[in-house]
Ligand binder design. Structure first.
Ligand code: NAD
Length: 470
């Protein structure tokens, strides 16, 4: 049985949680179920480890992150196989998360350095700006990209000189716990602690008075609770929350050329990604053609569990989310015309076919809310000013994209979207060197790039009066 990493030791608990394979609903593993005592131990270990880690060199911290990335590379096949078990996703997607995203972000932050800045230097004084680590960071992770999101928090937190306690999502703890076992001796005891547990463990962790900062990725509803929990001790908070990204196809776009990419960016990971296309706005002159193209790609896709080598799309990751997606499916059927998918397959597993719904508009739940599953609404528009206003009317503002045969003109339109990331002729193009900001109720406190390091630090100015000239 995999164990938790606390204070450099592998720790079990009396209580355990089942890990379910969503492609057949079988129990694939049992993992520890952390309670308040284990959370307290992990925070205490991180607090003890902090002074030495803070005072270590940036080079030493970078070397540790690079070593973690090498551990992932050396054990990539095992980690990908575990990720398939707990998510049901196809092999290529599991390998992408492990080998590209998790490793890529660790290596990026391994090489990043924060240097003090000289703000003023004259005959009388020198003023410097420093960025200091905060202390113990609590990282709360969702289930849709569990290993990537854990590493995307561990990497900047450690690079900046903090210690971290990671709380994995209740339905996807397996691969991240195994990663914790593998890196046990790569970082000093207490610098990285990895827990499995339910929402209560998360709530206890984020409220802990010895936690200086909370970094959270998950739903907007939980984000609100975390802000409340952070307030008594004024913890720093980074929130990466929900999204309802609009993609807007301009009248000059080439439908056949862009349809494969739009399809891929709408159904990536069976729709379970925060910043993928969730509302596809198509100009009325291209509407029927685009609907037909996307429906054809969706209908021609192979939906199966990740152990099937032909699988292209996997199931919804857990039962609670599956039930939510079925509600959205019922809503889509009631409000629009289903042109692909829509009917559930026989047999076990949380499979929802890739579903495309047309003739829907704002006011329909499938347009106004994020299903976080494989259902794409396609919405007609006739005027560019109007569609920008409609795209911006959402309380979410994570990502957005403009599709056109003229990328430079499209870029000007893209800048009118209010989302943190805007793309032209692509969507959700993540890169560790590029900040991934969120706006409005999609969150705040950026991740990615050098800007993603700053929220793990506190500013300090140093003002030195020079001795008066003789
Ligand atoms: P969730 O909010 O239900 O759970 C996320 C994590 O929070 C889990 O580990 C859970 O145990 C923990 N948690 C729950 N209640 C808590 C509390 N009161 N205090 C502390 N921790 C608590 O989200 P989810 O269903 O796992 O993830 C899906 C959501 O995440 C979607 O809305 C999606 O858009 C969002 N998401 C956002 C990003 C991003 O970068 N913006 C990335 C991935 C997912």
């Amino acid at each position: 049985m995999v164990k938790m990493l606390i204070d450099g030791a592998l720790v079990d608990t009396a209580r355990h949680m089942d890990v379910i394979d969503p492609s057949d609903e079988s129990v694939v593993a049992q993992v520890p179920d952390a309670g308040a005592a284990e959370v307290d131990q992990a925070v205490a270990a991180a607090k003890r480890a902090f002074p030495a880690w803070r005072d270590s060199t940036a080079q030493a911290r970078g070397d540790a992150l690079a070593a973690m990335a090498r551990v992932i590379a050396d054990n990539g096949d095992e980690l990908a196989a575990l990720l398939i078990q707990e998510t049901g996703r196809p092999m290529a997607l599991a390998q992408f998360e492990i080998a590209h995203l998790a490793q890529g972000y660790l290596n990026y932050y391994a090489n990043l350095r924060i240097e003090p800045e000289i703000l003023i230097e004259d005959d009388t004084r020198r003023v410097e700006l420093h960025r200091k680590p905060l202390g113990v960071v609590a990282a709360v992770v969702p289930w849709n990209a569990p290993v990537f999101i854990a590493c995307n928090k561990i990497a900047p937190a450690l690079a900046a000189g903090n210690c971290i306690v990671v709380k994995t999502a209740p339905s996807t703890p397996l691969t991240t716990l195994r990663l914790g076992e593998l890196i046990k001796d790569v970082v000093p005891a207490g610098v990285v602690n990895i827990l499995s547990g339910g929402n209560e463990a998360g709530a206890h962790l984020v409220a802990h008075p010895d936690v200086a900062k909370v970094t959270f990725t998950g739903s907007t509803g939980t984000g609100r609770k975390i802000m409340e929990a952070a307030s008594p001790t004024l913890k720093r908070v980074t929130l990466e929350l929900g999204g309802n990204d609009a993609a807007i196809v301009l009248p000059d776009a080439d439908v056949k050329a862009i349809a494969p990419a739009i399809f891929a960016f709408a159904f990536f990971n069976s729709g379970q990604v925060c910043a993928i296309i969730k509302r596809l706005y198509v100009h009325e002159s291209l509407y029927d053609a685009m609907c037909a193209e996307i429906a054809a790609y969706a209908s021609g896709s192979k939906l199966a569990g990740g152990r099937d080598p032909e699988a292209q799309f996997g199931p919804v990751q857990n039962k609670a989310q599956y039930d939510k997606v079925l509600d959205y499916l019922a809503g889509a059927k009631a409000s629009g015309t289903i042109i692909a998918g829509g009917e559930l397959p026989e047999g076990p597993g949380y499979f929802v076919p890739l579903t495309v719904v047309r003739d829907v508009a704002e006011g329909d739940v499938i347009v106004d809310e994020e299903p976080f599953g494989p259902i794409l609404p396609i919405i007609r528009y006739s005027d560019v000013d109007d569609v920008i206003a409609r795209a911006n009317a959402s309380p979410y503002a994570l990502g957005g994209s403009i599709w056109s045969s003229d990328p430079e003109a499209a870029a000007k339109v893209a800048l009118r979207l209010e989302s943190g990331s805007v793309w032209v002729n692509q969507h959700c193009a993540l890169d560790p060197a590029v900040p991934f900001p969120a706006n409005k109720q999609s969150g705040f406190g950026v991740e990615g790039g050098i800007e993603g390091l700053y929220p793990y630090t506190a500013l300090q100015t140093l003002n030195i009066a020079k001795a008066a000239a003789a």
